[in-house]
Design a protein around this ligand. Structure first.
Ligand SMILES: Cc1cc2nc3c(=O)[nH]c(=O)nc-3n(C[C@H](O)[C@H](O)[C@H](O)COP(=O)(O)OP(=O)(O)OC[C@H]3O[C@@H](n4cnc5c(N)ncnc54)[C@H](O)[C@@H]3O)c2cc1C
Length: 544
């Protein structure tokens, strides 16, 4: 095995969190950092053109191509489960929606971890720190940071009408989803710069890449951590990985930080002998630390994609169907970086309640002026829109588990969607609320006809079954290395993101969220990396 050298810090995974952390840690010139990424550089053209999202999902150049286990809640269906495999990670293939969630999400994290540092008033400055908001700096927004937030560059008459229909159904129009209270309807803000995708590789890694104290190795797959039993506990000494046919090891003097995401971070811990003992033994991995929470607590937002055929409306289905339409779209993007190619797949958003008893909205809508059977399929040949609705705070829990000691074998991903009665009820209520909005007068001129799931589903039971038929991931897995208080047997990391039972090892990515946020998960992950960078710097200062 070849040595890749000795570093102060090793970061595993150059995704959303990894790029932020690499930037922040290398600001100190007296420490050196190795960042290891399994995918390549983000030099594929479809990463940068927003609509290219549709070419990046399911493409081995940019996606890990995971699949879920057949899921009983989805009538035995298995889903594609995209995760970015490229610098920028999932921020290179995601929907670009800038969303922080609700203030209560973070106050709850503070309660669950016993650490007030995770409360909304403490994390708000971290969101602002990296932000470059289109509206400039204010009490709620930051300006001049690396993370560019723009307004979208096109609107659709049909989506404007949906917004009016939502208002007629009791969902107010609001200007900003990101002040801690996202209750209402608006066009989403997006992470783009002048109509081009702004991923974390461009925002955070590129400015740091020239620093002499940062080494970036792409095309290198981390196989396992090097764990030493010192007699005074287990200590992580670094990593083993392979790239270009060579097997390497690298040593971390201060800390190793896992930023491989909610699927791969628990996978790498388990491959290294840190996980539920029975799972490790079944996979043929020697147990270093019996940590039952590793891979557990998987939470995700299940989107129910309701499709409506419409008349008298412009939708992407029809605009993009002809060669002339395609040419026009291409010209508009080439000349002005606007039009449908600059489009985040979901443009209009709304947050609402499945029942009035909810203290804050527990449903999120992503409304799209297009429809398709499933991701990877072509657009439908008829004009239609999709009103996708998801339960923001599901009670169903799944897990990620290795099935063998082979670090190149995908782990088994079992989301267990709709496995609680509460989630089935919420799903049924979400479909009913969508029907109410679509029946509001503002949409009448487009004569919407429900195509999916179809009006034959009427009772609560039928609607819950329909949710199982049309439900699919909205790509927000979190929680599989959750943080928690000392004494919580399922907490994988403490509130400072240090792995319980192993020194010099942290997890810093979407997997540490104890509860999923009430919104999209990318910018919350950036915030987690900002806080981690501060915690790591403090630990280094305090070290003897
Ligand atoms: C299709 C899609 C659409 C989405 N849309 C949105 C959206 O619009 N807005 C939003 O807020 N969120 C969205 N999300 C979710 C958001 O992008 C993720 O929550 C966020 O990127 C998670 O960041 P992370 O750092 O935890 O993981 P990732 O960004 O996935 O990074 C993990 C990195 O680790 C690398 N890695 C994994 N295993 C290894 C290994 N063994 N060795 C070396 N490297 C490894 C990966 O290649 C990857 O680069 C979407 C996600 C997807 C996939």
């Amino acid at each position: 095995m070849e040595s890749a050298g000795e570093y102060d810090y090793i970061i595993i995974g150059g995704g959303t969190a990894g790029c932020v952390l690499a930037n922040r840690l290398t600001r100190r010139r007296d420490i050196n950092v190795l960042l290891i990424e399994a995918g390549g550089r983000d030099d594929y053209v479809w990463i940068h053109i927003p609509v290219g999202y549709l070419h990046c999902i399911g493409n081995p150049r940019t996606d890990w191509l995971y699949k879920t286990e057949p899921d009983a809640g989805l009538n035995g269906r298995s889903l594609i489960y995209p995760r970015g495999k490229v610098l920028g990670g999932s921020s290179s293939i995601n929907g670009m929606i800038y969303m922080r969630g609700q203030s209560q999400d973070y106050d709850r994290w503070a309660e669950l971890t016993g650490d007030p540092g995770w409360a909304w008033d403490k994390v708000l400055p971290l969101f602002k720190k990296s932000e470059d908001y289109h509206g400039g700096a204010s009490e709620l927004h930051g300006s001049g940071g690396e993370w560019r937030v723009e307004k979208q560059r096109l609107s659709w008459e049909l989506l404007d009408a949906f917004r009016d229909a939502a208002e007629q159904s009791g969902i107010r129009k609001i200007d900003d989803f990101n002040g801690g209270d996202n209750d209402g309807c608006n066009y989403f803000d997006v992470n783009q710069k002048r109509g081009i995708r702004w991923n974390t590789a461009k925002a955070f890694l590129k400015p740091a890449a020239k620093r002499p104290n940062l080494t970036i190795m792409t095309g290198c797959h981390v196989e396992r951590l090097i764990i030493e039993d010192t007699g005074q506990g287990k200590v992580c000494r670094g990593v083993q990985f392979s790239g270009g046919g060579t097997a390497y090891s690298a040593t971390a003097v201060l800390e190793t930080v896992l930023t491989a995401g909610a699927v791969a971070s628990p996978q790498i811990l388990q491959l290294s002998g840190i996980g539920p003992a029975a799972v490790l033994r079944d996979a043929g991995v020697a147990v270093q630390v019996d940590a039952p929470g590793v891979g557990d607590n998987l939470q995700d937002h299940l989107q129910l994609r309701m499709i409506y055929k419409v008349s008298n409306a412009r939708t992407l289905n029809t605009t993009a169907a002809s060669w002339f339409g395609k040419m026009k779209i291409g010209m508009e993007y080439a000349m002005f970086q606007s039009g449908p190619m600059s489009m985040a797949p979901s443009q209009l958003g709304a947050f609402a309640r499945s029942d009035p008893g909810q203290a804050t909205p527990n449903l999120q809508y992503h409304v799209q002026p297009l429809s398709l059977e499933k991701f990877g399929d072509p657009l439908h040949p008829f004009p239609a829109f999709t009103a996708s609705v998801c339960n923001l705070r599901p009670s169903s829990r799944g897990h990620v588990r290795i099935a063998s000691a082979d670090s190149y074998a995908a782990p088994k991903i079992t989301p267990n969607y709709l496995s609680t009665e509460q989630d089935r009820k919420t799903a049924a209520a979400a479909l009913s609320l969508t029907r109410k909005i679509v029946a509001a007068p503002a949409l009448a001129r487009f004569a919407p006809q429900e195509f999916k799931p179809g009006i034959s589903f009427q009772t609560e039971q039928e609607l819950a079954d329909a949710a199982g038929q049309i439900g699919t991931t909205i790509f927000h897995p979190v929680g599989t290395c959750k943080m928690g208080r000392a004494g919580d047997p399922l907490a994988v990391v403490d509130s400072e993101l240090r792995v319980n039972g192993v020194q010099k090892l942290r997890v810093v990515d979407a997997s540490v969220m104890p509860l999923i946020t009430s919104g999209n998960t990318n910018s919350p992950t950036i915030m987690i990396a900002e806080r981690a960078a501060e915690l790591i710097a403090q630990a280094a200062k305090a070290a003897p």
